[in-house]
Design a protein around this ligand. Structure first.
Ligand code: SF4
Length: 262
């Protein structure tokens, strides 16, 4: 973490986007946030919401607000049953309580950004982002008094547990065909691997989260560490691609900030 922070202080990236499972559980999370903010970076916490009810994290919403951290939170549906199916019983209620806590300290308004993430339950493309955002806004406000800024729609990547499910259900071929047939060249310009780098928990660098999960090292088989590269050198390296990339280029596209084209 010291070496990552040192790199941030030296190169001052525009955005430090922190993700996990629950990245807040890293004992150095607060150091990372404070250091990145002091270096002038925008900081994003990809928050699973349920962490905010865990012992020791009761003040997390206040810490994030004090440090002007943008929150991007996963809420796969505005209907409890669908969230329970995807993430487990009781997760929807806990998520709503967490969103209310964030609203109470100013999130979802003008200065503190609270964005939500949707991904389909099964092997389909997400619906149009703008229309779904309107549905979320209406349902969350009317039924739960919750406000947020933007909704990002993500396409399920055919990797890890989702890939295993597809194969077990005999849906792999059909899903890959769906993605390939929906290829949209208009998404290429905005692909996140063209403007971001992904840093693993030991400092190793990848083109994106998905390549990290697949163990696809940056441009070669040798581990490359954040402190071995400078931003200019990294920009010259080719992106490591594979069939999973079709999920980023299908339909309206998919990135860490949702759809890439209308
Ligand atoms: S999965 Fe492929 S296209 Fe998508 S961000 Fe990663 S490298 Fe780029």
């Amino acid at each position: 973490m010291e070496r990552v922070i040192h790199w941030i202080q030296r190169h001052r990236p525009r955005v430090v986007d922190i993700t996990g499972g629950a990245p807040e559980m890293n004992p150095h999370f607060k150091d990372l946030v404070r250091s990145a903010r002091a270096a002038g970076c925008e900081v994003i916490d990809r928050n699973n919401l349920t962490i905010m009810e865990e012992p020791g994290f009761e003040d997390l919403h206040s810490f994030l607000a004090e440090n002007q951290v943008e929150v991007i939170a996963s809420l796969p549906c505005y209907e409890p049953e669908n969230v329970h199916r995807q993430r487990g019983q009781g997760v929807f209620e806990r998520s709503i309580r967490a969103l209310r806590k964030l609203n109470e300290v100013g999130y979802g308004g003008v200065s503190l950004k609270l964005n939500l993430v949707y991904n389909p339950l099964g092997p389909t493309l997400p619906p149009p982002q703008e229309a779904l955002e309107a549905d979320y806004r209406k349902a969350l406000l009317q039924e739960h008094g919750v406000q947020f800024n933007r909704l990002f729609t993500l396409t399920n990547q055919p990797i890890a547990r989702f890939a295993e499910d597809l194969k077990a259900k005999g849906q792999w071929e059909a899903y890959m065909s769906l993605l390939a047939n929906a290829f949209n060249p208009a998404t290429l310009e905005g692909l996140m691997c063209r403007s971001t780098i992904n840093v693993g928990y030991e400092g190793e660098v990848f083109d994106c989260d998905f390549n990290q999960m697949l163990g696809l090292q940056l441009a070669g088989n040798q581990a490359t560490y954040l402190w071995d590269i400078d931003p200019d050198g990294w920009l010259g390296l080719p992106v490591v691609t594979g069939p999973h990339c079709l999920a980023c280029t299908a339909g309206a596209g998919s990135s860490c900030t949702g759809a890439l084209s209308a």
